[in-house]
Design a protein around this ligand. Structure first.
Ligand SMILES: [Cu+2]
Length: 153
C-alpha cells in the first residue's frame, strides 16, 4: 500500500512547489467588480495584472466560487459601436502589465452564484500557463468612477 502511495506523494509535492514558485510572478492589483443590480446575469471585473518574474507568462482564464463561469473579454470600438470578443489568453512579457479597465479588457463574470453587494468581495483564481499554477485576488464590488460610454453589459 505504502509503496504505491509514495510516488504519488512525491508528485503532489513537486506540483505544489511549482505552483508556489509561479504564483510569485503574477501580481494582481486594483481588483474590483462593477456594482450591478442583484438580478444582473453577468458582471464585469477589472484589475491590473503584472508579470514581476523573468519569464513570459500566460493568463489563460479564471474561476471563482462566486460565479458559474468566467471568461477573458476585450472591448473594441467598431464603427462607433462597442463590441466584445473573447480572449483565449493574456500574454505578459517579463515586466509587462495588462490593465483590465472599463472600455477595454475585462473579466466577464457570468452566472453569479451569490449576492454581491457594494463593498463585498469575491475571490477570483487566475489560471496561469498550462493550468498547473494560479494566482488569487479578492475583487471588491464598487461603483465605476464615472459613466462608461462603452459599457454594454
Ligand atoms: Cu464582456
Amino acid at each position: 500500500m505504502l509503496r504505491h502511495l509514495l510516488p504519488l506523494l512525491v508528485l503532489a509535492v513537486s506540483v505544489l512547489s511549482g505552483a508556489a514558485h509561479a504564483e510569485g510572478r503574477l501580481v494582481i492589483e486594483n481588483a474590483w467588480i462593477r456594482a450591478a443590480p442583484p438580478a444582473a446575469p453577468m458582471r464585469a471585473g477589472y484589475a491590473t495584472l503584472r508579470n514581476v518574474g523573468d519569464a513570459p507568462l500566460l493568463v489563460r482564464g479564471a474561476r471563482s466560487d462566486a460565479f458559474g463561469d468566467i471568461t477573458l473579454h476585450a472591448t473594441q470600438m467598431d464603427d462607433g459601436i462597442a463590441r466584445m470578443r473573447e480572449l483565449e489568453e493574456i500574454k505578459l512579457a517579463p515586466g509587462e502589465q495588462a490593465v483590465l479597465e472599463p472600455g477595454g479588457k475585462h473579466l466577464m463574470l457570468m452566472r453569479p452564484l451569490r449576492e454581491l453587494n457594494l463593498a463585498e468581495t469575491a475571490t477570483i483564481v487566475f489560471e496561469i500557463g498550462g493550468g498547473t499554477s494560479t494566482a488569487t485576488a479578492d475583487f471588491i464590488v464598487r461603483e465605476a468612477a464615472e459613466a462608461d460610454p462603452t459599457d454594454h453589459h
